[in-house]
Design a protein around this ligand. Structure first.
Ligand code: G
Ligand code: G
Ligand code: MN
Ligand code: NA
Length: 254
């Protein structure tokens, strides 16, 4: 597969970039953290979506290297921002199944790296998907508890799209739910989706879990989410993912 070969080369040459999308507090509208999103521009294939190249990396065993590269990039960028005086912004990092299941390369390294880069673990969030909890991989539970004991928060990404068993919200140290953007897309107008979003927010509140609404694109969505008591929003209404240089300019201008 040519894409695999190109990806392997890009990883070796460290040509995978990381962009950052702001997550804002619904009360103040201020950026409180950013989600790290991997970006790959290849000469031959052009801009390849992370959904695609991460799947390729997983299939061909390139995930440990790719995951580590992304992790180092993001933590290093955050260290730089901290040195520039922007130390209060949180960083949310996606970790895929294989990065968690393979303990040797996986989650156990995150706490060590966070400390190595001199970052406050309380500023770090690890995003995982529901399927990861459903499958009950060995080593998953201790890995998540190790994160949370250090103060790193665990977020469930794309919440509502998977096979949502609510029991894992009790059984795992989950601090944040990210409502999938497919619900936010249609919550204005579709009563069922509005009710679903409201239900998720209320349930999370009862469990002491914070909610991030993803894919917020309109003022109307934002004001409804504020009224429902959603804590955080993320989406093009606020900003798209940007390079660390652009993020720095944005922080300096604020
Ligand atoms: O940035 P974009 O919306 O195109 O991301 C598409 C998908 O790729 C999302 O599901 C996102 O979670 C995933 N993704 C982006 N960056 C990373 C990453 O660094 N690691 C993992 N595991 N997934 C990522
Ligand atoms: O699966 P995950 O939530 O990690 O992926 C986030 C993806 O959603 C990224 O690819 C990001 O670029 C995309 N995204 C973020 N905000 C918006 C938005 O407001 N609208 C749309 N359509 N996509 C968004
Ligand atoms: Mn995510
Ligand atoms: Na998501």
């Amino acid at each position: 597969l040519r894409l695999k070969t190109a990806l392997h080369k890009a990883i070796d040459e460290q040509r995978i970039e990381v962009h950052y999308q702001p997550i804002v507090d619904c009360q103040s509208g201020r950026m409180v953290k950013c989600e790290a999103l991997a970006r790959w521009h290849d000469e031959e294939f052009g801009q390849v979506s992370p959904a695609e190249f991460i799947a390729v990396a997983e299939e061909f065993g390139l995930m440990p290297e790719l995951g580590n590269l992304i992790l180092h990039r993001a933590l290093n960028d955050w260290k730089t921002l901290q040195q520039l005086g922007f130390g209060g912004i949180g960083l949310s990092i996606n970790r895929s199944t294989l990065e968690f299941v393979n303990v040797e390369f996986g989650a156990l390294k995150v706490p060590e790296l966070v400390l190595l880069y001199g970052l406050d673990p309380k500023l770090i969030t690890i995003e995982i998907t529901e399927s990861l909890l459903m499958e009950e991989h060995q080593g998953m539970r201790p890995a998540l508890y190790e994160l949370s004991e250090l103060g790193i928060e665990v977020a469930i990404d794309d919440f509502g799209t998977g096979y949502s068993s609510l029991s894992y919200l009790r059984n795992f140290p989950v601090k944040i739910l990210k409502i999938d953007r497919s619900f936010v897309d249609t919550m204005v107008g579709e009563l069922a989706d509005y009710a679903l979003v409201r239900g998720i927010i209320e349930m999370a509140k009862a469990l002491g879990i914070a909610v991030v609404a993803e894919g917020v694109e309109t003022e109307q969505q934002w004001s409804q989410l504020q009224q429902l008591g959603c804590q955080y929003c993320q989406g093009y209404l606020f900003a798209k993912a940007m390079s660390v240089e652009d993020l720095q300019l944005r922080l300096e201008a604020a």
